[in-house]
Design a protein. Structure first.
Length: 417
Protein backbone atom coordinates (compact mmCIF):
# COMPACT_ATOMS: atom_id res chain seq x y z
CA UNK A 1 0.00 0.00 0.00
CA UNK A 2 1.31 3.46 -0.85
CA UNK A 3 1.59 5.63 2.27
CA UNK A 4 1.59 9.41 2.63
CA UNK A 5 4.95 11.22 2.86
CA UNK A 6 6.49 11.26 6.36
CA UNK A 7 5.63 14.47 8.21
CA UNK A 8 2.44 15.09 6.21
CA UNK A 9 -1.11 14.45 7.41
CA UNK A 10 -4.50 13.82 5.86
CA UNK A 11 -7.16 16.01 7.41
CA UNK A 12 -9.95 13.48 7.76
CA UNK A 13 -13.67 14.20 7.33
CA UNK A 14 -14.37 13.99 11.06
CA UNK A 15 -11.56 16.49 11.76
CA UNK A 16 -12.49 19.07 9.14
CA UNK A 17 -15.25 20.65 11.27
CA UNK A 18 -12.58 21.86 13.71
CA UNK A 19 -10.54 23.35 10.85
CA UNK A 20 -13.60 25.11 9.42
CA UNK A 21 -14.39 26.50 12.83
CA UNK A 22 -10.86 27.95 13.17
CA UNK A 23 -11.02 29.32 9.63
CA UNK A 24 -14.28 31.10 10.56
CA UNK A 25 -12.50 32.62 13.57
CA UNK A 26 -9.58 33.77 11.33
CA UNK A 27 -12.12 35.46 9.05
CA UNK A 28 -14.07 37.00 11.90
CA UNK A 29 -11.13 38.41 13.85
CA UNK A 30 -9.30 39.79 10.80
CA UNK A 31 -12.51 41.50 9.68
CA UNK A 32 -12.86 43.12 13.11
CA UNK A 33 -9.34 44.56 12.75
CA UNK A 34 -9.78 45.55 9.09
CA UNK A 35 -7.30 43.03 7.60
CA UNK A 36 -7.79 41.60 4.09
CA UNK A 37 -6.71 38.16 2.91
CA UNK A 38 -3.83 37.71 0.47
CA UNK A 39 -3.26 34.36 -1.28
CA UNK A 40 0.04 33.77 -3.01
CA UNK A 41 1.32 30.66 -4.87
CA UNK A 42 2.73 27.92 -2.65
CA UNK A 43 6.02 28.03 -4.53
CA UNK A 44 8.31 30.92 -5.35
CA UNK A 45 11.69 31.54 -6.90
CA UNK A 46 14.20 30.29 -4.34
CA UNK A 47 15.81 33.73 -3.97
CA UNK A 48 12.58 35.12 -2.43
CA UNK A 49 13.45 33.08 0.66
CA UNK A 50 17.24 32.87 0.47
CA UNK A 51 17.60 36.65 0.16
CA UNK A 52 15.23 37.40 3.02
CA UNK A 53 15.19 34.73 5.71
CA UNK A 54 18.99 34.67 5.97
CA UNK A 55 21.60 32.30 4.57
CA UNK A 56 22.63 31.14 7.99
CA UNK A 57 19.24 30.13 9.32
CA UNK A 58 18.10 26.52 9.70
CA UNK A 59 15.24 27.18 7.30
CA UNK A 60 17.48 28.21 4.41
CA UNK A 61 20.37 25.89 5.31
CA UNK A 62 18.55 22.66 5.93
CA UNK A 63 14.79 22.83 5.68
CA UNK A 64 13.72 24.18 2.31
CA UNK A 65 12.06 21.99 -0.30
CA UNK A 66 14.04 23.36 -3.23
CA UNK A 67 14.22 21.87 -6.69
CA UNK A 68 15.19 22.79 -10.21
CA UNK A 69 12.11 22.82 -12.45
CA UNK A 70 12.05 21.62 -16.04
CA UNK A 71 13.00 25.11 -17.25
CA UNK A 72 16.17 25.05 -15.13
CA UNK A 73 14.85 27.52 -12.54
CA UNK A 74 15.43 26.97 -8.82
CA UNK A 75 12.05 27.05 -7.06
CA UNK A 76 11.09 26.47 -3.41
CA UNK A 77 7.90 25.38 -1.65
CA UNK A 78 7.23 28.25 0.74
CA UNK A 79 8.64 27.58 4.23
CA UNK A 80 6.96 30.74 5.62
CA UNK A 81 4.80 33.55 4.32
CA UNK A 82 6.37 36.89 5.15
CA UNK A 83 8.95 36.86 2.34
CA UNK A 84 6.40 35.68 -0.25
CA UNK A 85 3.89 38.27 0.95
CA UNK A 86 6.45 41.07 0.72
CA UNK A 87 7.35 39.90 -2.80
CA UNK A 88 3.68 40.13 -3.76
CA UNK A 89 3.11 43.51 -2.09
CA UNK A 90 6.10 45.01 -3.96
CA UNK A 91 5.19 43.40 -7.30
CA UNK A 92 1.54 44.50 -7.13
CA UNK A 93 2.29 47.95 -5.65
CA UNK A 94 -0.20 47.25 -2.86
CA UNK A 95 1.15 49.94 -0.56
CA UNK A 96 0.55 52.72 -3.06
CA UNK A 97 -2.95 53.75 -2.09
CA UNK A 98 -3.12 53.02 1.61
CA UNK A 99 -1.49 54.54 4.65
CA UNK A 100 -1.38 51.15 6.38
CA UNK A 101 -1.69 47.90 4.47
CA UNK A 102 -3.32 45.25 6.65
CA UNK A 103 -3.11 41.70 5.31
CA UNK A 104 -3.75 38.16 6.55
CA UNK A 105 -3.16 34.69 5.15
CA UNK A 106 -3.84 31.03 5.83
CA UNK A 107 -2.44 28.01 4.04
CA UNK A 108 0.10 25.19 3.84
CA UNK A 109 3.85 25.62 4.41
CA UNK A 110 6.72 23.20 3.92
CA UNK A 111 9.88 22.54 5.92
CA UNK A 112 12.13 19.50 5.79
CA UNK A 113 12.34 19.03 9.56
CA UNK A 114 12.52 15.88 11.68
CA UNK A 115 8.85 15.06 12.23
CA UNK A 116 7.57 14.76 15.80
CA UNK A 117 4.48 15.76 17.77
CA UNK A 118 3.56 19.26 16.63
CA UNK A 119 6.29 19.31 13.99
CA UNK A 120 5.39 18.39 10.43
CA UNK A 121 6.90 18.74 6.98
CA UNK A 122 3.68 20.16 5.60
CA UNK A 123 1.90 22.29 8.18
CA UNK A 124 -0.49 25.23 8.12
CA UNK A 125 -0.05 28.77 9.30
CA UNK A 126 -2.44 31.61 9.89
CA UNK A 127 -0.81 35.03 10.05
CA UNK A 128 -1.29 38.77 9.71
CA UNK A 129 1.01 41.61 8.66
CA UNK A 130 0.63 45.35 9.19
CA UNK A 131 2.70 47.27 6.64
CA UNK A 132 3.87 50.92 6.44
CA UNK A 133 3.72 52.12 10.04
CA UNK A 134 7.09 52.43 11.82
CA UNK A 135 5.36 53.05 15.14
CA UNK A 136 4.94 50.67 18.08
CA UNK A 137 1.14 51.06 17.85
CA UNK A 138 1.16 48.73 14.87
CA UNK A 139 3.21 46.14 16.82
CA UNK A 140 0.52 46.32 19.50
CA UNK A 141 -2.32 46.03 16.97
CA UNK A 142 -0.75 42.85 15.61
CA UNK A 143 -0.26 41.35 19.08
CA UNK A 144 -3.85 42.23 20.07
CA UNK A 145 -5.18 40.61 16.90
CA UNK A 146 -3.21 37.41 17.59
CA UNK A 147 -4.31 37.43 21.21
CA UNK A 148 -7.97 37.92 20.33
CA UNK A 149 -7.78 35.02 17.91
CA UNK A 150 -6.31 32.68 20.52
CA UNK A 151 -9.06 33.66 22.99
CA UNK A 152 -11.83 33.23 20.40
CA UNK A 153 -10.46 29.74 19.71
CA UNK A 154 -11.22 28.98 23.37
CA UNK A 155 -7.58 28.77 24.49
CA UNK A 156 -6.72 30.25 27.88
CA UNK A 157 -3.65 28.21 28.89
CA UNK A 158 -0.89 30.17 27.12
CA UNK A 159 1.80 32.75 27.68
CA UNK A 160 2.95 35.73 25.63
CA UNK A 161 6.69 36.45 25.73
CA UNK A 162 8.04 39.68 24.29
CA UNK A 163 11.45 41.18 23.68
CA UNK A 164 13.09 43.86 21.57
CA UNK A 165 15.99 43.46 19.18
CA UNK A 166 16.34 47.25 19.00
CA UNK A 167 17.26 49.23 15.91
CA UNK A 168 20.26 48.38 13.71
CA UNK A 169 22.82 50.28 15.75
CA UNK A 170 21.70 48.87 19.13
CA UNK A 171 21.64 45.38 17.68
CA UNK A 172 25.12 45.72 16.17
CA UNK A 173 26.54 46.84 19.53
CA UNK A 174 24.81 43.94 21.24
CA UNK A 175 25.91 41.38 18.64
CA UNK A 176 29.56 42.42 19.16
CA UNK A 177 29.29 42.10 22.92
CA UNK A 178 27.43 38.77 22.70
CA UNK A 179 30.01 37.41 20.26
CA UNK A 180 32.84 38.35 22.66
CA UNK A 181 31.07 36.63 25.56
CA UNK A 182 30.19 33.47 23.60
CA UNK A 183 33.71 33.24 22.14
CA UNK A 184 35.19 33.33 25.63
CA UNK A 185 32.87 30.40 26.57
CA UNK A 186 33.14 28.60 23.26
CA UNK A 187 34.43 25.33 24.71
CA UNK A 188 31.19 24.77 26.67
CA UNK A 189 28.97 25.28 23.63
CA UNK A 190 27.42 22.52 21.50
CA UNK A 191 28.77 21.96 17.98
CA UNK A 192 25.62 23.57 16.55
CA UNK A 193 26.11 26.68 18.65
CA UNK A 194 29.82 26.90 17.81
CA UNK A 195 28.79 27.00 14.16
CA UNK A 196 26.07 29.58 14.84
CA UNK A 197 28.54 31.72 16.73
CA UNK A 198 30.50 32.08 13.51
CA UNK A 199 27.48 32.66 11.27
CA UNK A 200 24.62 34.11 13.28
CA UNK A 201 25.49 34.62 17.00
CA UNK A 202 21.99 35.78 18.04
CA UNK A 203 20.71 32.33 17.10
CA UNK A 204 22.81 30.75 19.86
CA UNK A 205 20.26 32.25 22.28
CA UNK A 206 17.61 30.00 20.68
CA UNK A 207 19.53 26.81 21.53
CA UNK A 208 17.66 24.02 23.29
CA UNK A 209 20.86 22.25 24.48
CA UNK A 210 21.09 22.12 28.30
CA UNK A 211 24.82 22.99 28.30
CA UNK A 212 24.25 25.93 25.99
CA UNK A 213 21.45 27.15 28.25
CA UNK A 214 23.90 27.40 31.17
CA UNK A 215 26.20 29.61 29.09
CA UNK A 216 23.27 31.65 27.76
CA UNK A 217 21.98 32.32 31.27
CA UNK A 218 24.89 34.65 32.01
CA UNK A 219 25.10 36.16 28.53
CA UNK A 220 24.73 39.94 28.17
CA UNK A 221 21.16 41.14 27.69
CA UNK A 222 20.02 43.16 24.68
CA UNK A 223 18.03 45.35 27.09
CA UNK A 224 21.33 46.87 28.29
CA UNK A 225 22.30 47.97 24.76
CA UNK A 226 19.20 49.86 23.68
CA UNK A 227 19.55 53.47 22.54
CA UNK A 228 16.76 55.99 23.23
CA UNK A 229 14.83 55.24 20.06
CA UNK A 230 14.87 51.49 20.71
CA UNK A 231 13.96 51.86 24.37
CA UNK A 232 11.08 54.26 23.63
CA UNK A 233 9.67 51.92 21.01
CA UNK A 234 9.67 49.01 23.46
CA UNK A 235 8.27 51.12 26.33
CA UNK A 236 5.24 52.11 24.22
CA UNK A 237 4.58 48.46 23.30
CA UNK A 238 4.70 47.42 26.95
CA UNK A 239 2.52 50.24 28.23
CA UNK A 240 -0.11 49.74 25.51
CA UNK A 241 -0.24 46.00 26.29
CA UNK A 242 -0.67 46.93 29.96
CA UNK A 243 -3.52 49.29 29.02
CA UNK A 244 -5.17 46.51 27.00
CA UNK A 245 -4.74 44.17 30.00
CA UNK A 246 -2.86 41.62 27.91
CA UNK A 247 -0.44 39.79 30.23
CA UNK A 248 3.11 39.26 28.94
CA UNK A 249 6.54 38.25 30.15
CA UNK A 250 9.71 39.97 29.01
CA UNK A 251 12.22 37.41 27.79
CA UNK A 252 15.50 39.20 26.95
CA UNK A 253 16.80 36.00 25.31
CA UNK A 254 13.96 35.79 22.80
CA UNK A 255 15.42 36.46 19.34
CA UNK A 256 13.39 34.21 16.99
CA UNK A 257 15.12 32.37 14.21
CA UNK A 258 15.12 34.73 11.26
CA UNK A 259 17.54 37.45 10.24
CA UNK A 260 15.01 40.06 9.26
CA UNK A 261 13.59 41.03 12.66
CA UNK A 262 14.22 44.32 14.51
CA UNK A 263 12.59 46.06 17.50
CA UNK A 264 9.63 44.07 18.89
CA UNK A 265 9.67 40.27 18.74
CA UNK A 266 7.15 38.02 20.48
CA UNK A 267 6.12 34.43 20.89
CA UNK A 268 3.06 32.58 22.19
CA UNK A 269 3.73 29.41 24.18
CA UNK A 270 1.53 26.78 25.76
CA UNK A 271 2.28 24.12 28.37
CA UNK A 272 -0.29 21.90 26.63
CA UNK A 273 2.14 21.30 23.73
CA UNK A 274 5.16 19.46 25.18
CA UNK A 275 8.61 19.98 23.65
CA UNK A 276 7.45 22.12 20.73
CA UNK A 277 5.75 24.62 23.01
CA UNK A 278 5.68 27.72 20.77
CA UNK A 279 2.54 27.98 18.69
CA UNK A 280 2.93 31.42 17.22
CA UNK A 281 5.25 34.34 16.99
CA UNK A 282 6.34 37.33 15.04
CA UNK A 283 7.93 40.70 15.10
CA UNK A 284 8.92 43.85 13.26
CA UNK A 285 10.86 43.61 10.02
CA UNK A 286 11.61 47.13 8.77
CA UNK A 287 14.49 46.07 6.49
CA UNK A 288 12.84 43.26 4.55
CA UNK A 289 11.20 45.29 1.78
CA UNK A 290 14.48 46.88 0.71
CA UNK A 291 16.21 43.49 0.93
CA UNK A 292 13.70 42.18 -1.62
CA UNK A 293 14.13 45.12 -3.99
CA UNK A 294 11.35 47.42 -2.73
CA UNK A 295 11.40 50.83 -1.06
CA UNK A 296 12.28 50.99 2.63
CA UNK A 297 8.92 50.04 4.22
CA UNK A 298 8.41 49.36 7.91
CA UNK A 299 6.24 46.36 8.79
CA UNK A 300 5.29 43.98 11.57
CA UNK A 301 3.53 40.61 11.57
CA UNK A 302 3.05 37.20 13.12
CA UNK A 303 2.40 33.59 12.14
CA UNK A 304 0.60 30.93 14.07
CA UNK A 305 0.78 27.17 13.55
CA UNK A 306 -2.72 25.82 12.98
CA UNK A 307 -1.88 22.19 13.85
CA UNK A 308 -0.45 23.40 17.17
CA UNK A 309 -3.54 25.52 17.86
CA UNK A 310 -5.60 22.35 17.30
CA UNK A 311 -3.35 20.32 19.62
CA UNK A 312 -3.83 22.89 22.38
CA UNK A 313 -7.60 22.84 21.88
CA UNK A 314 -7.63 19.01 22.02
CA UNK A 315 -5.41 18.87 25.11
CA UNK A 316 -6.58 21.79 27.19
CA UNK A 317 -10.01 22.79 25.93
CA UNK A 318 -11.65 19.56 24.71
CA UNK A 319 -15.09 21.15 25.13
CA UNK A 320 -14.17 23.36 22.15
CA UNK A 321 -13.73 20.37 19.84
CA UNK A 322 -16.51 20.56 17.30
CA UNK A 323 -18.66 17.48 16.77
CA UNK A 324 -20.53 18.00 13.56
CA UNK A 325 -24.06 16.72 13.19
CA UNK A 326 -24.00 14.93 9.85
CA UNK A 327 -27.46 15.71 8.61
CA UNK A 328 -30.73 17.47 9.35
CA UNK A 329 -33.03 15.07 7.49
CA UNK A 330 -32.70 11.47 6.28
CA UNK A 331 -35.24 10.39 3.69
CA UNK A 332 -36.50 6.85 4.23
CA UNK A 333 -38.18 5.20 1.24
CA UNK A 334 -40.64 2.31 1.67
CA UNK A 335 -39.61 0.85 -1.69
CA UNK A 336 -37.51 1.54 -4.80
CA UNK A 337 -40.50 2.89 -6.79
CA UNK A 338 -40.47 5.93 -4.50
CA UNK A 339 -36.80 6.86 -5.06
CA UNK A 340 -37.70 9.58 -7.56
CA UNK A 341 -40.03 11.19 -5.00
CA UNK A 342 -37.28 10.92 -2.39
CA UNK A 343 -34.83 12.76 -4.65
CA UNK A 344 -37.41 15.44 -5.48
CA UNK A 345 -38.16 16.07 -1.81
CA UNK A 346 -34.49 16.06 -0.78
CA UNK A 347 -33.63 18.69 -3.42
CA UNK A 348 -36.52 20.80 -2.14
CA UNK A 349 -35.25 20.56 1.45
CA UNK A 350 -31.67 21.36 0.40
CA UNK A 351 -32.85 24.45 -1.43
CA UNK A 352 -34.45 25.49 1.87
CA UNK A 353 -31.06 25.11 3.57
CA UNK A 354 -31.34 21.68 5.23
CA UNK A 355 -28.67 19.05 4.81
CA UNK A 356 -30.54 16.03 3.51
CA UNK A 357 -29.46 12.44 2.79
CA UNK A 358 -31.14 9.77 0.68
CA UNK A 359 -30.28 6.08 0.89
CA UNK A 360 -28.09 5.05 -2.06
CA UNK A 361 -28.17 1.29 -1.46
CA UNK A 362 -31.84 0.43 -2.04
CA UNK A 363 -31.95 -1.04 1.47
CA UNK A 364 -34.89 -2.15 3.60
CA UNK A 365 -36.78 0.43 5.67
CA UNK A 366 -35.29 -1.04 8.84
CA UNK A 367 -31.74 -0.56 7.49
CA UNK A 368 -32.59 2.99 6.44
CA UNK A 369 -33.88 3.79 9.93
CA UNK A 370 -30.63 2.41 11.40
CA UNK A 371 -28.69 4.72 9.07
CA UNK A 372 -30.80 7.66 10.27
CA UNK A 373 -29.63 6.96 13.81
CA UNK A 374 -26.03 6.38 12.77
CA UNK A 375 -25.87 9.73 11.00
CA UNK A 376 -27.38 11.50 14.01
CA UNK A 377 -30.08 12.93 11.78
CA UNK A 378 -32.48 15.13 13.68
CA UNK A 379 -35.47 14.13 11.54
CA UNK A 380 -36.41 11.53 9.02
CA UNK A 381 -39.06 11.78 6.36
CA UNK A 382 -40.76 8.51 5.52
CA UNK A 383 -42.11 8.18 2.01
CA UNK A 384 -44.77 5.51 1.54
CA UNK A 385 -47.00 4.52 -1.43
CA UNK A 386 -50.25 5.50 0.29
CA UNK A 387 -48.98 8.81 1.57
CA UNK A 388 -47.56 9.79 -1.83
CA UNK A 389 -50.96 9.13 -3.39
CA UNK A 390 -52.34 11.68 -0.92
CA UNK A 391 -49.44 14.03 -1.78
CA UNK A 392 -48.13 13.64 1.76
CA UNK A 393 -45.16 12.27 3.75
CA UNK A 394 -44.51 11.35 7.39
CA UNK A 395 -42.03 13.35 9.43
CA UNK A 396 -40.43 11.64 12.42
CA UNK A 397 -38.57 13.70 15.03
CA UNK A 398 -35.67 11.41 15.96
CA UNK A 399 -35.23 12.91 19.41
CA UNK A 400 -38.87 12.78 20.59
CA UNK A 401 -39.89 9.91 18.22
CA UNK A 402 -43.07 11.90 17.44
CA UNK A 403 -44.52 11.33 13.94
CA UNK A 404 -46.81 13.59 11.93
CA UNK A 405 -48.16 13.39 8.41
CA UNK A 406 -47.87 16.53 6.32
CA UNK A 407 -48.74 17.59 2.77
CA UNK A 408 -45.62 17.88 0.58
CA UNK A 409 -46.74 21.43 -0.41
CA UNK A 410 -46.40 22.44 3.24
CA UNK A 411 -42.91 20.95 3.85
CA UNK A 412 -41.33 24.37 3.29
CA UNK A 413 -43.14 25.66 6.40
CA UNK A 414 -41.40 23.16 8.72
CA UNK A 415 -38.12 23.89 10.54
CA UNK A 416 -35.81 20.86 10.54
CA UNK A 417 -32.84 22.32 12.40
P1 LIG B 1 8.00 30.26 12.65
O1 LIG B 1 7.74 30.78 11.27
O2 LIG B 1 9.10 29.23 12.68
O3 LIG B 1 8.09 31.28 13.70
O4 LIG B 1 6.70 29.44 13.00
C1 LIG B 1 5.50 30.02 13.42
C2 LIG B 1 4.62 28.93 13.95
O5 LIG B 1 4.38 27.97 12.91
C3 LIG B 1 5.25 28.11 15.06
O6 LIG B 1 5.05 28.72 16.29
C4 LIG B 1 4.52 26.81 14.95
O7 LIG B 1 3.27 26.89 15.58
C5 LIG B 1 4.29 26.68 13.47
N1 LIG B 1 5.32 25.80 12.87
C6 LIG B 1 6.55 26.13 12.44
N2 LIG B 1 7.20 25.06 11.94
C7 LIG B 1 6.35 24.02 12.05
C8 LIG B 1 6.40 22.63 11.72
N3 LIG B 1 7.46 22.10 11.14
N4 LIG B 1 5.32 21.87 11.99
C9 LIG B 1 4.21 22.38 12.58
N5 LIG B 1 4.09 23.68 12.90
C10 LIG B 1 5.14 24.48 12.66
Amino acid sequence: MIQNIRGTKDILPDQIGQWHSLERIFNEVTTLYGYKELRTPIFEKTEVFSRSIGDNTDIVNKEMYTFIDKGGESVTLRPEMTAALVRSVIQNSLTQEVSALRLWYFGPFFRYERPQKGRLRQFHQFGAECIRSPYPESDVEIILLANQLIRKAGISDYQLNINTLGNDSSRTLYKDELTKYLTSNKEQLSEDSKFRLETNPLRVLDSKSENDKLVIESAPSILDFLDDESRNHFDVVKSMLDDAKVPYKIDPKLVRGLDYYCHTVFEFKSGALGAQDAFGGGGRYDGLFSQLGGKLTPAVGFAMGVERLLLIIENSAPEQVIKQSDCDVFIVCMNENLLKDAFKISEMLRSNGYSTFCDLHRRSMKAQMRETNKLNAKHCIIIGEDEIKRNAVTIKNMITSKQVEIKIDLLHTISFS
